[in-house]
Design a binder for this molecule. Structure first.
Ligand code: RUQ
Ligand code: CUA
Length: 657
């Protein structure tokens, strides 16, 4: 057995290399290599100057921790939206207002690894209100508001480790779901790693989303056996009320997983009847246990985040809710777990399996009803593989990872090892088309592909390896995405475009569902920031011991005040800066010499705060860091710093000699 596995693993590595080299030889990037075809593709991705893209694509920033906003079909990067990582470009995680967003039970964590964006839905259709995305490393889920294009909420997930089978939402955004990749001792404790088996647990967390505000609150955590929970997707339409998670390492190995977690012929897809568990919990079921996790919310009126540490969570043991959890045997270390738009088919993308396995939801219900079980694992019934099988796609490729769906009953599966996308027919399981990708694709994305209503015009391949696709930039290249037109029988490659970080998953949506709601300014009159200087008469400088608060505002092209004296070495100066512009796309920046921090960018009507601790006596400049008018270079000021024991009075002014 071990030998077979080793051979398999070498095969995987060789196949990976070959596919890259192969394509590389053929496709070496010269300009205009594809002649007429290329110009036809160019027309279809060309967005003329001044025109807008047809769709938004929200692409995970992977190990950058952020979310990239792209336009399709152009592949243009429109914005890097900071989520889990500090972002000096706009001060996210550096300003006093946004620092609490990155607070966790481990303290301030300025980075994460973001994987799976998912757009909110109503009745199974994208509604364009919010995007959710998971932080994989220090388990967190973020909610990004698509009116403000801002991360407005982050909730930490306790009892989780490697928050990977996340953040997928149910079809009315009732829940955003977060599953642990690694099983761990719950509660955490000091114990021998060798005692993993039977003792570690995996938590699947169901977070309730408030339908009005979007606010998240953990409803319950399901305590599952100590497997790895890799990916998940909600049931939809007929299977709404269920959630499906792929597992691997059902061997419960704790070392050399590439071999030891590849022993079992089949792992499981866990089918969770969350409606049943919700009912159980609503009737007082479950056990409240201690937990420590941060819940961070950014208020759009005060422009300020608060972080609250929560202290308990409700846990549910699947044994307490009979009929809520089943295991569907699935070959072989499945990665992606994908549900088709009708909700009938559940695809298990077995990484090491020759065929692609598709389960039937109807057959699953039937097998459950007739109690056709094939044993159990930790008390959870295992269904019989044959009883629930809808079909298999025979030898479609090597190393399937993820499957997306269009609006015409087709599925598109990505194959990492054979580096291709394979289109097949749902129901007949026949392969219709295959196209190479460059190289080694992970997820694919069809806008709305994770809903009842996909917008099946484009498929975006999110590739793991770039190699020779772009000009070399040293040993590390940016990741690469490829856009396919999928309106015809055959997929057509239209475009390569670079992405930030590693784009694990992405979520796309027609622009008209988001763009009209996009905020242009914050109304100054609605600014409730406690340190805002909404009118010029509010500007002042206030000393509280060694802390000095500067109430400053800005408008093209000056700061008010722009001369400040009476600051001393050892002070901690808070620049609370309000942008008085009420005009679209006129942010101002604020930067001050020697700040052990970033600049900050203040959008029209908002207030942000930068802390500066002057270390040297002198007269120091500050300036606007965003070119805002013909007199941008004049947008500057001075702050005088005197010795710690000086008795210069605080004073501030604008336009005085
Ligand atoms: S992963 S390449 Cu979603 Cu993080 Cu599959
Ligand atoms: Cu304000 Cu430049």
């Amino acid at each position: 057995m071990k030998r077979t596995i080793n051979i398999l693993i070498s095969l995987i590595m060789v196949a990976g290399m070959v596919s890259c080299n192969d394509g590389g030889g053929k496709q070496k990037g010269k300009r205009g290599g594809q002649g007429g075809l290329a110009s036809n593709a160019a027309e279809r991705v060309y967005v003329a100057p001044g025109e807008h893209d047809e769709m938004y694509a929200f692409m995970s920033g992977g190990f950058s921790g952020q979310l990239g906003v792209y336009g399709l079909p152009s592949g243009r990067l429109l914005k890097v939206l900071p989520v889990f990582s500090q972002n000096p470009e706009n001060g996210w995680g550096y300003t006093e207002e946004t620092k609490p967003m990155l607070n966790t039970s481990f303290g301030f964590v300025p980075w994460d690894d973001s994987h799976h964006p998912d757009i909110s839905q109503t009745n199974g259709v994208l509604d364009g209100r919010w995007v959710f995305i998971n932080g994989n490393n220090t388990p967190r889920i973020a909610r990004i508001d698509l009116k403000n294009f801002k991360t407005e909420e982050i909730i930490e997930i306790p009892h989780s480790a490697g928050n990977h089978s996340s953040s997928f939402i149910t079809e009315n955004t009732e829940y955003v779901v977060a599953g642990t990749r690694f099983s761990v001792p719950i509660p955490q404790k000091d114990m021998s790693i060798k005692d993993y088996k039977g003792n570690f647990k995996g938590s699947l967390t169901f977070i309730k989303v408030d339908p009005e505000t979007g606010h998240m609150d953990i409803k319950f955590q399901l305590m599952m056996p100590g497997f790895n929970y890799d990916l998940s997707h909600p049931g939809r339409d007929k299977s709404h009320g269920w959630f499906f998670f792929t597992t691997y390492n059902t061997e419960e190995a704790h070392s050399l997983l590439e071999v030891n977690a590849s022993q079992n012929d089949k792992d499981f897809i866990a089918a969770i009847n969350w409606k049943k568990i919700e009912e159980y919990v609503n009737n007082g079921g479950g056990t409240t246990v201690p937990a420590k996790y941060a819940h961070n919310i950014l208020d759009e009126n005060t422009h300020t985040a608060t972080s609250t540490m929560k202290t308990e969570v409700l846990q549910v043991n699947p044994m307490e809710v009979p009929g809520a959890v089943y295991f569907l045997p699935t070959p072989k270390s499945p990665h992606g777990c994908d549900v088709d738009p009708t909700g009938e088919y559940i695809v298990g993308n077995g990484k090491l399996s020759a065929d692609l396995t598709v389960h039937s939801f109807t057959k699953m219900l039937d097998a459950i009803e007739n109690k056709k079980f094939d044993g159990e694992a930790y008390g959870i019934p295992i269904l019989n593989f044959e009883d629930i099988l809808a079909g298999v796609v025979k030898q479609p490729g090597l190393g399937p990872l993820h499957t997306e769906f269009d609006d015409k009953g087709n599925a598109y599966t990505t194959f990492f090892i054979s580096s291709e996308v394979v289109k097949w027919k749902v129901g007949t399981w026949e392969v219709i088309d295959r196209q190479p990708v460059f190289y080694s694709v992970g997820h694919g994305m069809i806008p709305g592909g994770n809903s009842r209503k996909p917008f099946g015009k484009y498929f975006v391949a999110l590739n793991k390896i770039t190699k020779d696709r772009y000009l070399p930039t040293g040993p590390e290249l940016t990741q690469s995405a490829q856009l396919f037109d999928i309106t015809g029988e055959k997929m057509e490659l239209l475009l390569d475009f670079p992405t930030i970080g590693e784009p694990h998953y992405a979520a796309g949506i027609p622009a008209e569902m988001v763009a009209p709601n996009s905020r242009k300014i914050y109304k100054l009159a609605e600014n409730k920031h406690p340190y805002a200087s909404v009118s010029d008469s509010d500007t002042k400088v206030v000393r509280e011991g060694k802390e000095v608060h500067v109430y400053m505002n800005m408008i093209r092209s000056h700061f008010n005040p722009d001369n400040i004296e009476g600051i001393k070495v050892g002070d901690k100066v808070f620049f609370h800066v309000t942008n008085h512009e009420q005009d679209f796309d006129v942010p101002h920046g604020f930067a001050v010499i020697g700040a052990n921090n970033a600049e900050m960018l203040i959008v029209p009507g908002a207030t942000e705060t930068l802390v500066w601790e002057p270390k040297q006596v002198g007269v120091w400049p500050f300036y606007c860091s965003d070119f805002c008018s013909a007199l941008h270079q004049e947008m500057q000021g001075y702050i005088r710093v005197s010795p710690a024991d000086s008795n210069i009075e605080l004073s501030w002014s604008l336009g005085e000699d």
